[in-house]
Design a protein around this ligand. Structure first.
Ligand SMILES: Nc1ncnc2c1ncn2[C@@H]1O[C@H](COP(=O)(O)OP(=O)(O)O)[C@@H](O)[C@H]1O
Ligand SMILES: [Mg+2]
Length: 188
């Protein structure tokens, strides 16, 4: 039997602006089954990013319900939401602005593991970081590099690695592959 992972009901996110209320997300309802992918398509400014951010509580919803595994997470306290947050991750559209430039690739990918205390020791952290670097296609030799030393595609792979390293159950991808470059030269 299919399992509903995320069930969104009548979600609204309005922004107060000088010109009045801007209805960025207006009465959106959908559900996503476990293991499924949903694409959101629309012209620039239609509210795609706002929807993703509101689902993860980066914006407070104006109204509506966001049920994650049967529990409404739209009105949880900060402390309660903190407990489910590792299960919900986001790959940002602009990876560079979300990365601390003073941290190495290895430190950036290890950070979510340390903050959420999911590994028992340094060795476990290192093994998990190596594993996820391999998964997202970041060469081991880049472990000690800083974001400014890398091209946009590799920076984006750090963002993907940081989102996936905690084994999330739901990932919001905000135009996650626009910066990725694949080695097509072998084909042409
Ligand atoms: N923090 C904010 N404050 C006020 N208005 C915003 C904010 N974020 C987005 N908007 C507005 O909400 C609308 C939807 O934006 P956005 O979700 O970024 O669209 P998309 O990702 O589909 O291009 C736009 O009109 C945008 O200007
Ligand atoms: Mg957007």
């Amino acid at each position: 039997m299919s399992e509903i992972l995320l069930d969104v009901k009548n979600l609204k996110k309005y922004f107060k602006t000088n010109a009045g209320m801007l209805h960025a997300v207006d009465d959106v309802s959908f559900s996503i089954e476990k293991g499924h992918t949903m694409g959101v398509v629309g012209e620039s400014g239609c509210g795609k990013s706002t929807l993703g951010r509101t689902l993860l509580q980066l914006y407070e919803p104006t109204s509506g319900e966001i049920d994650f595994k049967g529990k409404n997470i739209a009105n949880l306290s900060k402390k309660e939401f903190h407990q489910v947050r590792p299960k919900l991750q986001m790959i940002f559209q602009d990876p560079y602005s979300s990365l601390n430039g003073r941290m190495t690739v290895q430190q950036l990918i290890a950070e979510p593991l340390i903050v959420n205390k999911v590994c028992n020791n340094k060795k476990e952290i290192q093994e998990r970081v190596s594993e996820i670097m391999d998964t997202v296609g970041l060469s081991e030799r880049l472990a000690m590099a800083y974001p400014h030393e890398l091209d946009g595609g590799r920076r984006q792979r750090i963002g993907v690695a940081r989102a996936l390293v905690l084994n999330p159950e739901f990932v919001v991808c905000d135009e996650p592959v626009s910066a990725l470059m694949f080695p097509f030269r072998h084909r042409f």
